[in-house]
Design a protein around this ligand. Structure first.
Ligand code: ADP
Length: 259
């Protein structure tokens, strides 16, 4: 009645007695459904660029394009191949995050330097279209994997740029908090309606599929962020107002932060 699935097995004995075994398989069913959806999504995401590439290859093979058209088709095919490359890279990152033990606590990350690098990356991605502001507290170190933290925060930064129209502002801040530290990524971009927020970290969940594709998104960025942060005992908070902008906060607490 509450939407749970039970597996029931009845064993009958010769003397008329019966043994009823019942098992709650709700969790197993849910996992199976998630796995099936994931495989369907990956297949769909791969098939779309492949269809485009195959179509153009057939046109070129049949000799139906002049030199200028040929160049144009080759450039479109390269975009699609790059898209598949990004998808595979993100899938591998996600699978590595899911299948390895949490990173050791010995390696201190120089967060000041990392945040400055993020700022430089944001400026490069923006190519002068946004104002990029960076601020960081001195001397707060994080214990964990620099590679994973760079990948998580880099995804937040590239989203902020990609979902903020020209002329907007993207602000990155690494600040001390009462029981740790936090990395804030704020933008004055398109924002997100409240009903989408709880689902954003699901793999392949996008508010606007077309816009995500156009800007080179795979739909896996926030899933990677959630996993990488979770492995460092950190949480992700999302606040947003449609049409005004968003704030993504990665909060690190406890033994992984050293000041
Ligand atoms: P994608 O590759 O599509 O950007 P993500 O997992 O990084 O995938 O993000 C999921 C969705 O969340 C995006 O498709 C977009 O709709 C929304 N989103 C993420 N970051 C922002 C942001 N800074 N502003 C507005 N929407 C965002």
């Amino acid at each position: 009645p509450d939407g749970r699935t039970l597996s029931v097995q009845v064993v009958s004995y010769g003397d008329g007695q019966r043994l009823v075994l019942s098992r709650d398989v709700t969790r197993f069913e849910r996992m199976e459904r998630t796995r099936r959806e994931f495989v369907a999504n990956v297949s769909h995401e791969m098939r779309t660029p492949l269809t485009v590439i195959t179509g153009f290859l057939e046109t070129l093979r049949d000799g139906g394009a002049d030199a200028e058209e040929t160049r144009h088709y080759l450039s479109l095919m390269t975009d699609q191949a790059r898209r598949m490359e990004r998808l595979v890279a993100d899938l591998l990152t996600l699978s590595a995050l899911e299948s390895s033990p949490p990173p050791p606590m010995e390696e201190p990350i120089d967060m000041g330097a990392l945040v400055e690098r993020m700022g430089a990356e944001a400026r490069a991605l923006s190519a002068g279209r946004h104002k990029v502001e960076v601020e960081h507290a001195e001397g707060i170190e994080l214990l964990g994997s620099e590679k994973e933290i760079t990948s998580a925060l880099g995804n937040l930064v590239s989203n902020a740029i990609r979902y903020t129209p020209q002329g907007g502002t993207v602000r990155l801040r690494w600040l001390a908090e009462p029981d740790g530290a936090a990395f804030y990524v704020e933008d004055t971009g398109i924002g997100i309606s409240p009903e989408h927020i709880p689902r954003l970290t699901e793999r392949f969940y996008r508010v606007d599929r077309g816009r995500s594709r156009e800007t080179g998104g795979t739909g896996l960025g926030l899933a990677i962020v959630k996993h990488a942060l979770g492995r460092h005992g950190a949480t992700l908070d999302i606040h947003s107002t449609p049409g005004q902008g968003s704030r993504f906060t990665a909060r690190f607490a406890g033994p992984r932060v050293r000041q």
